[in-house]
Design a protein around this ligand. Structure first.
Ligand SMILES: NC(=O)C1=CN([C@@H]2O[C@H](COP(=O)(O)OP(=O)(O)OC[C@H]3O[C@@H](n4cnc5c(N)ncnc54)[C@H](O)[C@@H]3O)[C@@H](O)[C@H]2O)C=CC1
Ligand SMILES: O=C([O-])CC(=O)C(=O)O
Length: 330
């Protein structure tokens, strides 16, 4: 038998400056590459990896990367509180992914309870942490998290952010393909929510300014709205987007960390508590700051096609939000 790993005889000099970040669901399809990417982030000094399975292996593996962050693993509900205590940022990709033929809402029954439990842990152990919520259906899980925090008396709407960065990444990629340019040069605002018609790309507000013909608008809108389903079908039962999602989550979390450090002008799309429409939650551009979503930015001018899309998005979103709130108040 191989010898076990004994603790290193450290000459401790105190912790490196930086933020303490936890990934909940760290052993999953998103969790593993996301943990790797967070270990690469120089703004992270401590990285806690929590899951109900397999975290010892993932932790041992990621911890051997010679980057600054100190990595610790936590396994199962008994270790949730230790995983969360003292965290500045909590990223949550825990929960079931879709299989072909399912909608994101079909995940509600399994994932609502998982998100509730994990957010109860956040409220108890790191009530001031900023939360990046990835678990689907995001349109409902963010309202669930808000209700958990309200019940615990810790709710600050600025600190709860639903991650919709993958919609923006897809929009940038597909628009760049049509325009024949590098996706890095393209910025497409995607508003609304994170499922089907609630994903509303604002092609009239693409930066740098450009125009599309009706065929391009129809193709791009459908492809962006169906990006998740495109991956689910291509994976044919083996899950949903994991690598592009880990990339998108790492990008969004890095933006949160830079804003928490005090960088100015950090703006990302995110699904947050919002007064931009009559709905209590909505994704738009938000200005990130030390306290999270410091300012929710307005929608900007919409064309007729986008206004019609907004009405469809709001109808579906309203039901998903109410379903999340009802889950917590039944
Ligand atoms: N917001 C977005 O844009 C996207 C969201 N997602 C969602 O992210 C979630 C995760 O997707 P994958 O990583 O592909 O799934 P996965 O099944 O590969 O991994 C999920 C992980 O969560 C863990 N888990 C389950 N219950 C838990 C609990 N109570 N506490 C902690 N961990 C728990 C599992 O053990 C597993 O390791 C899904 O709900 C999926 O729909 C996926 C892609 C994009
Ligand atoms: O489609 C899914 O189920 C996963 C997801 O949210 C995405 O890839 O956008």
């Amino acid at each position: 038998m191989e010898e076990g790993v004994r603790p290193a005889p450290c000459r401790a000099k105190g912790g490196a400056p930086g933020f303490k970040v936890a990934v909940l669901g760290a052993a999953g399809g998103i969790g593993q590459p996301l943990s790797l990417l967070m270990k690469l982030n120089p703004l992270v000094s401590v990285l806690h990896l929590y899951d109900v399975v397999n975290t010892p292996g993932v932790t041992a593996d990621v911890s051997h990367m010679d980057t600054t962050a100190v990595v610790r693993g936590f396994l199962g509900p008994k270790q949730l509180e230790a995983a969360l205590t003292g965290m500045d940022l909590v990223i949550i990709p825990a929960g079931l992914p879709r299989k072909p033929g399912m909608t994101r809402d079909d995940l509600f029954n399994k994932n609502a309870g998982i998100v509730r439990t994990l957010c109860e842990g956040v409220a108890k152990c790191c009530p001031n942490a900023i939360v990046n919520l990835i678990s689907n259906p995001v349109n409902s899980t963010v309202p669930i998290a808000a209700e958990v925090f309200k019940k615990a008396g810790t709710y600050d709407p600025k600190r709860l952010l639903g991650v919709t960065t993958l919609d923006v990444a897809r929009a940038n990629t597909f628009v760049a393909e049509v325009l024949g340019v590098d996706p890095k040069q393209v910025s497409v605002p995607v508003v609304g929510g994170h499922a089907g018609v609630t994903i509303l790309p604002l092609l009239s507000q693409v930066n740098p300014p450009c125009s599309f013909n009706p065929d391009e608008i129809s193709y791009l809108t459908k492809r962006i709205q169906n990006g998740g389903t495109e991956v689910v079908e291509a994976k044919a039962g083996a899950g949903s987007a994991t690598l592009s999602m880990a990339f998108a989550a790492a990008k969004f979390s890095d933006a949160c960390l830079r804003a928490m450090r005090g960088d100015a002008g950090v703006v990302e799309c995110s699904y947050v508590a919002s007064a931009v429409t009559e709905l209590p939650f909505f994704a738009t551009k938000v200005r990130l700051g030390r306290g999270g979503a410091e300012e929710v930015l307005p929608l900007g001018p919409l064309n007729d096609f986008e206004r019609a899309g907004l009405e469809m998005a709001k109808k579906e979103l309203m039901e998903s939000i109410q379903k999340g709130i009802d889950f917590m108040n039944k």
